[in-house]
Structures are given as structure tokens and as C-alpha cells.
Design a protein around this ligand. Structure first.
Ligand SMILES: [Zn+2]
Length: 138
């Protein structure tokens, strides 16, 4: 499972997983020691707090996948920066998105040849919980 998680980002560690009905929940952590501030690009490591972030990824073995991480908030100690704290960001996830980029690409691919209503029904059954408005937005 760790290898699958590292396909997203080499700085992620697999912790454990649970299966509930049709969904696989994978718990992970980031091991990046110094995180670059998205506003001034300077790396810092002093932790402010953390919060649980959940996002969906591509299905595995017919199970929908939800990944859970304790997303760190870090102090930016650069006196010239406009921000005092920032959240760790990931290249595989658009800011504030609840789906990985590769999952969003898959949703777009599967939705190109049918209506958003049909695509939403099909995707919700087999791949990911998704509404037709999300498909239209993508
Ligand atoms: Zn900064």
C-alpha cells in the first residue's frame, strides 16, 4: 500500500487502512521536514497545528478510495512574507480540492461521451461519489 501512496508523492507514508462497505479508507502522513510557504517559497518546519483533510482517489480493486491525512499548518517565519501561517500543499491535489488530479482526469475522461447525469450515476456506482455539477465544473 505504501508504494501506491508514494505514486502520489514520495514524501508520503502509508499508515494503515480500513474498509467500510464499498470504500477503502487509507490513512497517510507527510514526511517532508521543511515545507515551502506557498506565498514566499521559503521552506519552514515549525508546526502551528494540523487538521484532518480527506480526499478521493482512483478506485482500487473495485473499492472507492478516500485518503485521510493530518494536514499540517506551518508558521512562515519570513518577516517579509504577507502570511504568518500556511497549510502544506500537494502537487497531486489542487488547492482545496477533495479529489486528486488523476481522479479528476479520469472523471473527465469517462464523462466526455455521455450526459453529466449518466456519468454521475455510472461513476457513483463504480468509481467515486460525484454529482453532476462537479462533472460540469471539471
Ligand atoms: Zn511565507
Amino acid at each position: 500500500m505504501d508504494e501506491i501512496i508514494k505514486l502520489l508523492d514520495l514524501n508520503l507514508n502509508y499508515l494503515y487502512h480500513e474498509i467500510h462497505e464499498d470504500t477503502l479508507y487509507i490513512f497517510i502522513e507527510s514526511t517532508l521536514s521543511a515545507v515551502p510557504c506557498p506565498f514566499c517559497d521559503t521552506p519552514f518546519s515549525k508546526k502551528h497545528s494540523s487538521y484532518q483533510r480527506i480526499f478521493q482517489d482512483l478506485p482500487i480493486q473495485g473499492k472507492k478510495v478516500e485518503i485521510i491525512i493530518q494536514n499540517r499548518k506551518i508558521f512562515c517565519l519570513n518577516e517579509n512574507c504577507t502570511q504568518r501561517t500556511f497549510s502544506e500543499r500537494f502537487t497531486f491535489l489542487n488547492n482545496k480540492s477533495k479529489k486528486t488530479k488523476r481522479l479528476e482526469e479520469e472523471i473527465i475522461r469517462l464523462s466526455l461521451h455521455c450526459s453529466s447525469v449518466t456519468a454521475a450515476k455510472h461513476l457513483s456506482k463504480h468509481t467515486v461519489k460525484v454529482g453532476k455539477s462537479t462533472i460540469c465544473n471539471l
